[in-house]
Ligand binder design. Structure first.
Ligand SMILES: NC(=O)c1ccc[n+]([C@@H]2O[C@H](COP(=O)([O-])OP(=O)(O)OC[C@H]3O[C@@H](n4cnc5c(N)ncnc54)[C@H](O)[C@@H]3O)[C@@H](O)[C@H]2O)c1
Ligand SMILES: O=C(O)C(=O)C[C@]1(C(=O)O)C=C[C@@H](O)C=C1
Length: 317
């Protein structure tokens, strides 16, 4: 946290549109660090609004996104990707000149294209993406430490106001994150490799196992090894969020899935023809990547990491 953040909030009033895992975590982290003044939250259901207040995710709740956004200095869109444009259209007339609108969506090109047309002149649109999350969702899933030592990628452009950008950067840094800037198309390609296609593979592998389960009478589940269990964690991620990620990062996902399929065929061939040298060299290369991630301090898959499941009976956002 910076000295400025400790003495005065970076944003006097913040509107959180969507108070699930990411919106809730941002609020908890930003409030704990004294980065924000009043937090106005919007969620669609009364149950989520009540729970968000109870958990201290916000100071006021609003059934209307526009009402939450009115007079806000920062409006953070924390909804699934394909809800971003309708929400932006709804809040547009309420936005205050000089306000910053940002988001946390997992793909960046599509957000800008969908949201920018709705943002009035004089309001700063700076898309962003925290590279941090879990398989849980809803208000109970949020925790203040989520962004610590994780990357947040902002995708400003040549017209972005430097002061608004510096302020947003400081807010994420105050939440414990490291901030980088990227071109949206590049972001989408990188994330297709590091997040989106890995999720597609996990979903597929668990689907295959589920088909097998029908054949083997639950043995796949009963004897599932640690590797498969890791896949099931990823494949338990929110269906709405991931449907939207794949549909909004379609081109990059298909490009990387194509490359993945080529590599898989090469591996399949090496197994079929008994080419142990190929397999050994390939696995040696991939092991080095894992070691590089650990050395860079980016392995947060350590025990729990605050990723305890929501308590039973609590509302899904
Ligand atoms: N979960 C992750 O690991 C992760 C990580 C980084 C970024 N993201 C991105 O963050 C965003 C939010 O994800 P999350 O994990 O916090 O999801 P979540 O399900 O925990 O929360 C989503 C919130 O959006 C609200 N919402 C859903 N549809 C809406 C609609 N049509 N209109 C208004 N509100 C709506 C929900 O009520 C909820 O409050 C997504 O765009 C996702 O791509 C997620
Ligand atoms: O840790 C997890 O459960 C995640 O899937 C988080 C994860 C990722 O792929 O790393 C998922 C989607 C995001 O947009 C950012 C982070």
């Amino acid at each position: 946290m910076t000295d400025t953040a400790a003495s005065a909030p970076l944003y006097n009033r913040v509107a959180l549109i969507g108070m699930g895992l990411i919106g809730g975590s941002f609020s908890l982290a930003a409030r704990r660090a004294g980065l924000v003044g009043h937090v106005a939250g919007h969620a669609r259901t009364e149950a989520t609004r009540a729970r968000a207040l109870e958990l201290g995710l916000c100071d006021s709740v609003h059934a209307s996104a526009a009402e939450a956004a009115a007079d806000a200095d920062l409006v953070l869109l924390c909804v699934p990707m394909r809800a971003m444009a309708p929400v932006a259209e709804e809040i547009a007339p309420a936005l205050k000149p000089g306000a910053t609108v940002s988001d946390v969506g997992s793909a960046k090109g599509a957000v800008f294209e969908a949201v920018a047309p709705h943002i009035p002149e004089g309001v700063h649109l700076i898309p962003g993406h925290p590279l941090a999350g879990t398989e849980h969702s809803g208000p109970d899933a949020g925790f203040a430490e989520l962004f610590e030592n994780r990357w947040v990628i902002l995708t400003p452009n040549a017209e972005t106001d430097p002061e608004a950008l510096a302020r947003l950067r400081a807010a994420w840094e105050g939440c414990g994150a490291n901030v980088d800037e990227m071109d949206p198309a590049h972001h989408d390609l990188v994330l297709a490799v590091t997040s989106h296609v890995p999720h597609a593979i996990a979903y597929t592998m668990v689907g295959v196992a589920d088909d097998m389960r029908r054949v083997t009478q639950s043995e796949v589940i009963k004897y599932s090894a640690a590797g498969f269990r890791d896949f099931t964690r990823i494949a338990a991620s929110d269906p709405t969020m991931w449907r939207d990620v794949f549909l909004t990062n379609k081109d990059a996902t298909l490009e990387i899935l194509g490359r993945f399929t080529e590599e898989l065929f090469a591996l399949q061939r090496a197994i079929r023809i008994g080419d142990g040298d190929h397999l050994h060299a390939y696995f040696t290369r991939t092991r080095a990547i894992r070691r590089g991630i650990i050395e860079a301090g980016q392995d947060t898959a350590a025990p729990d990491f605050g990723r305890t499941p929501p308590k039973p009976g609590t509302p899904k956002a």
